[in-house]
Design a protein around this ligand. Sequence first.
Ligand code: FAD
Ligand code: SF4
Length: 519
Amino acid sequence: AHTLRLILGDQLNAQHSWLQQQDEGVLYVLAELHQETAYVQHHVQKVCAFFAAMGAFAEAIHQAGHRVLHLSLDDTAQYADLPTLLQALIKQYQVSQFEYQLPDEYRLRQQLSEMCQDLNINTQAYETQHFYLSEQEIMADFKVGHRHRMEAFYRKMRQRHQVLMNKGEPVGGKWNFDGQNQNKLKPDDFDKVPAPLLFATDVSDILARLTRHQVVTFGKVESRLLWPVTRRQAVQLLDFFCQTCLPWFGQFQDAMTGKLDDMLNQKQWSLFHSRISFALNCKMISPKQVIHRAIDEYDARPEQISIAQIEGFVRQILGWREFVRAIYWRNMPEYGELNALQASRQLPDWFWNGETDMLCLKRAISQSLDYAYAHHIQRLMVTGNFCLLAGIDPDEVDKWYLGVYIDAIEWVEMPNTRGMSQFADGGIVGSKAYAASGNYINKMSDYCGDCRYQVKQAVGDNACPFNALYWHFMVQHQTAFANNPRNKMVYANWRKKPVEQQQAILDQAEHWLGNLSQL
Ligand code: FAD
Ligand code: SF4
């Protein structure tokens, strides 16, 4: 071979220009690597999904006539890391040119660019050709440390890419339909919720390899994996979402329920969410493809799918997903060290087993351990909110999120976790900390009625811990937060409380903070 081309586990893009013509002189490499299983401890389904998807992709491009080397953990175990492996392959195959796609993760981008400086052959890096925004656009449109706002960015993206636009105006006459969305799911709505479409890929070989190479993971797995690991499965899942979930997507995107598990034959844990994030983040399908498919469905079924539903979905992918990526690349590596609220407590052990009496947390964590998945509001307003209020060290929080979720890759995990959810970036991603008392969880879910804690109480052994922790957090950061007009009401309400009540709430919070592991 004269050229070696590396394809990483999250670069499974069959539409990439590389793969549009066959060339006997090009050897593609996909490799299972110990270093990728070990930079953080991962959920076992996440490792299985990546390895299964890489295997399927290697097979698919081989079938399409490309020369492919697919290396398993058995083959790569003797190499200390990715550069060592690549250097050995370059020698073995007498390669004169090394090419790679720019990794989306800072750690890997550094590792490869450092390796290339030491190589004495030609090297070239390509874009992944997956995102709406190019690397140059990120550099041109975003500034380091600047508080860019998602809403303004999103409107520009709608215009620039002509998505849901009509003669220069947003379809439906408005940019944002959040007011019509975000309802609670009531028992009357339960029969709208479909059983999720699940796959059943045999991963027993991969599991055996993980054992053989002592890869340490956590979480539950069956020998059959329910996540899409081929492009075809990803498209099936996208079709399923558009046909059965999109009509309700926006309306119930923030809803949480613990009641459905027992009522349906097949456990229902993802409501009207697409569960397309793993397929997207591995680049098996592109954001353009997802958005076009969903808009086609909306165009074809105007009676069933309102603008509020499709706009809510497009906003997540064209808006949030591209936005957090730009924030990440503009602010790394410093971003990974930010800790604006100086949070330093340890994550309670029950994050790793779900054993807490706080029912909302128990549900969100157990589901994450069972399926490597929780939807956005579970991540933001249940687990994330708890860590924010309890002042957990953002390094610990990042480590948990980066390990547990099927879709967790640092470029998207970190701005969401450290930024949006923990406010450790001081407001680069979001304009305000997403802090909430038990009242919010009660409004969006049916958990509280079955919980041992009382959501209406702030003080006492049976009071919902979110309440006192919320006030404690807001009081502790008053100097930083009081200037934000969106917090005015909060502090006015606090000041209205009698001093003894304020003191009782703060004491209660101190008690919880000293006993987080017992909650
Ligand atoms: P849906 O609700 O069906 O949304 C559709 C798609 O929109 C998603 O697949 C995703 O690609 C995109 N999207 C939605 N919200 C966001 C967002 N805030 N940022 C980026 N993309 C978004 N998403 C990840 O892909 N990887 C992560 O590691 C990750 N970590 C998160 C950590 C925290 C603390 C929070 C609050 C959110 C995180 N998210 C992450 C964003 C979001 O929660 C997930 O993308 C979503 O839950 C995936 O499930 P879904 O495919 O069913 O999403
Ligand atoms: Fe969660 Fe509090 Fe409701 Fe219990 S009462 S489910 S801890 S919000």
